[in-house]
Design a protein around this ligand. Structure first.
Ligand code: CTP
Length: 401
């Protein structure tokens, strides 16, 4: 999934021949999962129709302040500007660049631009001579000084037949510039995080296993939050109904504790952080029957072997990695959790106490206490699992600050 998924993009289209390319641009943005609100200048209608764009963007296109056709609606420029996560003016003609640089505000698009608090991206497009005119250069410098990002026009054959700089950047280039803008400056940019999630299934025979009730939600929520904060995730997941679709999350599906152990060790060298949110079975059947076991005997005993402690095994070989573990305790909670920090060489433990109402398996909420390697104890309020995931990721971010 693209980082643009769910992002609100105001696309301002002005009156140049490159406006025809915005149909392709809107398609790419919608395909990336963005919401696109198109605002056109009246002149741009000559180059691409509002109907094309409203069909592609799946919402009405605005040009005028006042909408007689829509029963007299007022297109509130301030509301439109506040709605947006980013504003993109593409193509931006020489005329519109000049107006934006000088605060002229004689149409809806310019009024929205003047009200916008979000980042502004500008993709100029004009003929060669207009592009190299000192006035255009001055306006582009002014707009850069407003902290706007200019997506430079490209060299090539122009509509006039001249060859040179002036062609609007290709829609693919514009989309990747916007994508980069949403990933840069995020606190976990450049960090790779290994997360374990869900239960493990320990096979008894080809059709049976020993498992547990872990839903996997906590680990998946942490994975989503890490990706949102710019990190790359390797999510080693036991069997769950949870779903995640994110270009920054690689899901490695495993069944048993031994599979999970093997997957974690395969990725450990590449990662900066480990969050062990999985409910790993402590034991596994010693023998796995090759055929389905028949119910002949009156009593049936399974002999179990101890599974490796995945987190402790990573703690034993860790170099730079920051290790986060979970502990579920019923008595002497803080003491037991501190012992786990030492035993597993953890940097942070997220303690769940079953004595807290609202905490535990299958619940939408969780009440946790953070304990770090210096044994600082920080009890948190009862929160949704999404909020707990945010708190855990914030702890990781603080470590890198
Ligand atoms: N864990 C693990 N591999 C295991 C068991 C646990 O990686 N085989 C991880 C869990 O993902 C969790 C942490 O270790 O982050 C704590 O697990 P928990 O079951 O609370 O503690 P244990 O160390 O197994 O100790 P005990 O069951 O005796 O309380």
């Amino acid at each position: 999934m693209s980082v643009l998924s769910g992002k609100k993009i105001l696309l301002g289209i002005t009156g140049g021949i490159a406006a025809y390319k915005t149909a392709g641009l809107v398609r790419l943005l919608i395909k990336a999962g963005a919401e696109v609100q198109v605002i056109m200048t009246p002149a741009s209608h000559q180059f691409v129709t509002p109907y094309t764009l409203s069909t592609l963007a799946k919402r009405p296109v605005y040009t005028e302040f006042f909408h007689a056709e829509e029963g007299g609606t007022w297109n509130n420029h301030v509301e439109l500007a506040l709605w947006a996560d980013v504003m993109l003016v593409a193509p931006a003609t020489a005329n519109v660049l000049a107006k934006m640089a000088n605060g002229l505000c004689d149409n809806l698009l310019l009024a929205v631009y003047m009200s916008a608090k979000c980042p502004v991206y500008i993709a100029p497009a004009m003929d060669l001579d207009m592009y190299v005119h000192p006035s255009t250069a001055k306006n582009l410098t002014t707009l850069t000084s407003y902290n706007h990002v200019i997506i430079p026009a490209e060299e090539g054959e122009l509509a006039s037949g001249l060859i040179g700089r002036g062609r609007m950047a290709e829609p693919e280039t514009i989309v990747s510039t916007l994508e980069a803008s949403f990933t840069q400056d995020l606190p976990l940019q450049g960090k790779k995080v290994l997360i374990t999630a869900g239960p493990t299934y320990e096979p008894i025979d080809p059709v049976r296993f020993i498992g547990n009730h872990s839903s996997g939600k906590m680990g998946y929520d942490i994975a989503k939050e890490v990706a949102k904060q710019g990190g790359e995730v390797v999510l080693v997941s036991g069997p769950t109904n949870q779903k995640i679709e994110d270009a920054h999350v690689e899901v490695v599906h495993v069944l048993s504790a031994l599979d999970m152990y093997e997957a974690c060790h395969r990725y450990f060298d590449q990662v900066d952080v480990v969050v062990a949110a999985a409910a790993v079975a402590d034991y596994r059947p010693k023998e796995i029957a090759t055929q389905k076991i028949k119910k002949n005997a009156e009593e049936f005993t399974i002999t179990m072997d101890k599974n490796p402690d995945i987190l402790a095994s990573l703690g034993a070989i860790k170099k730079h990695q920051y290790l986060v573990g979970f502990a579920l305790e019923t008595e002497n909670e803080v003491e037991h959790a501190k012992q786990k920090i030492t035993k597993k060489k953890l940097d942070l433990i997220v303690l769940n106490s079953l004595n807290d109402t609202g905490a535990g398996f299958g619940k939408p909420t969780n009440k946790v206490t953070f304990i770090d390697a210096a044994f600082t104890v920080e009890p948190m309020d009862l929160k949704s699992k999404e909020e707990v995931a945010q708190d855990i990721v914030n702890k990781i971010i603080q470590h890198y600050e």
